[in-house]
Design a protein. Structure first.
Length: 317
C-alpha cells in the first residue's frame, strides 16, 4: 500500500470518475486504474463499484476511503511540521471566494502576499457560497472567503472583518433626501437585487423584510445579475436603488458617493470570514494569508461594535 494509491482512491471518490481523477492526478487513466486494482488485490476487497455511472464506492470502500483521507492528512502534517521548523511558508494554497467580495478585497491582498511569500503558489476561484462549502468538504479547496455564519458543523469559521451595507440610490429617488436610512424606509418596487443563489441577495432581503416581507411586490422588470457593478449601473441609468457592501465604494467618484446613504445604528453588516474544513491542514500558509488580509482592511472594519450581522440564510417571520 502506498500514499500514491491512496491519493488515487481519494481522487476517484471526489470526482466519481476514473478519467477525471486521472486528469486531476496528472497520470493516464490506465495507470490510475492499475494502481487502484493493485490496492484492491492487496486488501482483498473492491473499493469501487465500476458497474455504476458515476462510479460509487462499495460499502467497505466508504470506510477505506475515509481512512485514506485521514492517512493523507497526517502525511501532509509531517511536511507542515518540517516547514514550520524551518520557518518556511511554501506550497500551494487553493482559495475559493464569493464574487461579491473578490473584486474589492483581492486586489488589496494578492500582490503584497505573493511578493512576501514567493514560494507559495496561490490558486483562486470565484464560486457561490454553496459551491465553496461543497469543495471545502471535499477538500478540493484549502480555505474560503465568504460571508458567515454558515451554520455548518463540518467547517471552521475565522471571522476577519465586518463590512457595512449601504444604500446606493438615484438622485431622483426618495431615499436620496434622507440623511440616514431605516429598514422601514425601503420600497420593494424600486430595489435592484442580485439573482438567486447569491448569499448577499438573502442578506439584502433580510434587511428589507421588516418592511415588505419575503413575498413583496417587486418591479415589473426582472434583471438577473451576479455583479455588484451591474447593480450600480442599473441605479445610475434606470433610477431606483440598491444595497451595496462597503468595500465596493472604494472606487466611486465624488458624484457617485453623493448617491450613497448609510443606515441608522445599528448598521447592518456582513461578517466576512476565512473558512476551512474542521480538520484543515496548511496552517502556516493559511495563517499568513489571513494576516495579509487583515493588514489590508481598514481598522474600523475589524470590530463588530454597534453593528448587526445579517444572516446569509433567509429569515422566516
Amino acid at each position: 500500500m502506498t500514499t500514491v494509491q491512496l491519493e488515487y482512491v481519494v481522487a476517484v471518490d471526489t470526482y466519481r470518475s476514473f478519467v477525471t481523477a486521472a486528469d486531476k492526478c496528472f497520470v493516464t487513466q490506465p495507470t490510475l486504474s492499475m494502481q487502484i486494482q493493485k490496492l484492491e488485490d492487496e486488501l482483498g476487497v473492491k473499493i469501487f463499484d465500476r458497474s455504476k455511472l458515476p462510479v460509487v464506492p462499495t460499502e467497505i470502500g466508504v470506510a477505506v476511503i475515509a481512512q485514506a483521507r485521514i492517512i493523507l492528512k497526517e502525511n501532509a502534517r509531517i511536511r507542515e511540521i518540517i516547514a514550520d521548523q524551518k520557518k518556511e511558508i511554501q506550497g500551494t494554497l487553493k482559495v475559493g471566494i464569493i464574487p461579491t467580495l473578490a473584486p474589492y478585497l483581492l486586489p488589496r491582498v494578492l500582490t503584497a502576499f505573493m511578493k512576501k511569500y514567493p514560494k507559495v503558489k496561490l490558486e483562486v476561484w470565484e464560486y457561490s457560497t454553496e459551491q465553496i462549502i461543497q469543495l471545502l468538504r471535499q477538500e478540493q479547496l484549502d480555505c474560503g472567503l465568504l460571508a458567515t455564519p454558515l451554520h455548518n458543523p463540518h467547517l471552521e469559521e475565522h471571522p476577519l472583518f465586518y463590512e457595512t451595507f449601504v444604500i446606493f440610490a438615484a438622485k431622483s429617488h426618495k431615499l436620496a433626501d434622507k440623511k440616514v436610512i431605516l429598514p422601514e424606509d425601503l420600497d420593494s418596487k424600486d430595489i435592484w437585487l442580485l439573482n438567486e443563489g447569491h448569499c448577499m441577495r438573502n442578506q439584502v432581503l433580510n434587511i428589507c423584510q421588516d418592511k415588505f416581507g419575503l413575498g413583496g411586490e417587486f418591479k415589473n422588470l426582472e434583471y438577473n445579475t451576479g455583479s455588484v457593478e451591474t447593480l450600480k449601473r442599473m441605479v445610475e441609468l434606470n433610477e431606483g436603488y440598491t444595497i451595496l457592501p462597503e468595500l465596493s465604494l472604494q472606487d466611486l467618484s465624488a458624484k457617485q458617493m453623493n448617491m450613497v446613504r448609510f443606515f441608522k445604528t445599528p448598521e447592518p453588516v456582513r461578517e466576512i470570514s476565512l473558512v476551512t474544513h474542521r480538520h484543515f491542514i496548511k496552517q502556516g500558509v493559511i495563517e499568513a494569508f489571513k494576516k495579509e488580509i487583515l493588514a489590508s482592511v481598514p481598522e474600523k472594519m475589524k470590530a463588530k461594535k454597534t453593528r448587526k450581522v445579517v444572516d446569509i440564510l433567509l429569515e422566516k417571520k
